[in-house]
Design a protein around this ligand. Structure first.
Ligand code: DGY
Length: 321
């Protein structure tokens, strides 16, 4: 019997893909850096039984409509705001994502951003490398303490809770806001539930980890930044579109918010002349939350396992719909 056809929308390491070739006929886009060409993706959707897509690919009705025998689209991210789930349901296509395997790595990066912004790590590093370090002085590169401060986590899912565990180790008071109460986190981490506004007013660190949905889009707007303490540090490791970047820029320039750590942006890659990149008090990263070799490999393997399971008539490990 002919093997099912699968197309991967980015070049993945051969050694990861190789072991799945026994069961599936796998082809890949030929670049690791450049997203797949839309025409090619549409064409592959029309011929394949399974697709593995990246968060940079638009998985919409047009794409799924091509799929004469398409059964599964495995999206290599925990977030799936690039996928039209209603359209997938309409076409009877299984969507999967990559939760769990990236939780701890993404929490590590989120906490790194928080600490880097608080302790001015990037500014200090640039200062020394540019040969500007001339002296020690009492308030030279003085940042803000992290330990025993309060952290307000917006989006208390798996990654939010993993960040809360790290915060607990730093003796921080943990506040959270979420669609539903997380009783386990309240019991085990001593986290307290707050309304969004209350959290903004009380937290020393406001950390955005909520998924991008129609309800959360733009929730960190001018009004939200105005409610934060002027000493607050804002961190976003979720999706850029939750934040009104102009409002954040203005809040930082006016001193309504002290600093920010951002791993995600409204437009990715962000333009090199974006005003936020010009601010010393902003630490910016190019969407690398889950980017450790171990975790990215686990995400690739999970996508391939999910794809094979569905094509073999089994339930996928991590279904979305
Ligand atoms: C995700 O999985 O959604 C992350 O943003 C990718 O690193």
């Amino acid at each position: 019997m002919a093997k099912p056809k699968v197309f991967i929308a980015r070049k993945l390491p051969d050694e990861v893909v190789e072991k799945f070739k026994e069961n599936m006929e796998i082809t890949m886009w030929d670049s690791e850096e450049e997203p797949v060409d839309r025409t090619r993706l549409l064409q592959e959707a029309g011929q394949c039984d399974g697709l593995i897509t990246m968060l940079t690919d638009r998985v919409d009705d047009e794409l799924m409509d091509q799929g004469k025998k398409l059964k599964i689209i495995a999206n290599m991210a925990v977030g799936y705001d690039n996928v039209d789930i209603q359209a997938a349901d309409k076409h009877g296509i299984q969507i999967t994502n990559t939760p769990d395997v990236l939780t701890e790595t993404t929490a590590d990066l989120t906490f790194t951003l928080l600490m880097a912004a608080a302790r001015r790590i990037i500014e200090a590093n640039e200062h020394i490398k540019e040969g500007k370090w001339e002296n020690w002085s009492p308030l030279f590169m003085a940042g803000t303490d992290v330990h025993h401060k309060s952290i307000g986590i917006v989006g208390m899912g798996r990654i939010g809770q993993a960040v809360a565990r790290r915060a607990k180790g730093f003796g921080m008071e943990i506040l959270y806001h979420n669609r539903s109460r997380k009783e386990e986190a309240e019991r085990e981490l001593g986290a307290s539930y707050h309304s969004f506004d209350d959290l903004l007013e009380k937290a020393d660190y406001v950390v955005c980890l909520a998924p991008l949905t129609e309800e959360t889009r733009g929730m960190f707007n001018q009004e939200a930044f105005k409610k934060m303490k002027s000493s607050a540090i804002f961190v976003n490791a979720s999706r850029g579109a939750l934040v009104d970047e102009r409002a954040l820029y203005e809040a930082l320039v006016r001193g309504e918010v002290k600093a920010a750590g951002l791993d995600v942006f409204e437009k990715e890659p962000i333009d090199a002349d974006h005003p936020l990149l010009g601010l010393d008090q902003v630490v910016c990263l190019p969407h690398i939350g889950s980017a450790s070799t171990e975790t990215r490999t686990a995400m690739m393997e999970l996508c391939l396992e999910n794809t094979w399971k569905v094509l073999n008539g089994e339930k996928p490990k991590t279904p979305v719909n």
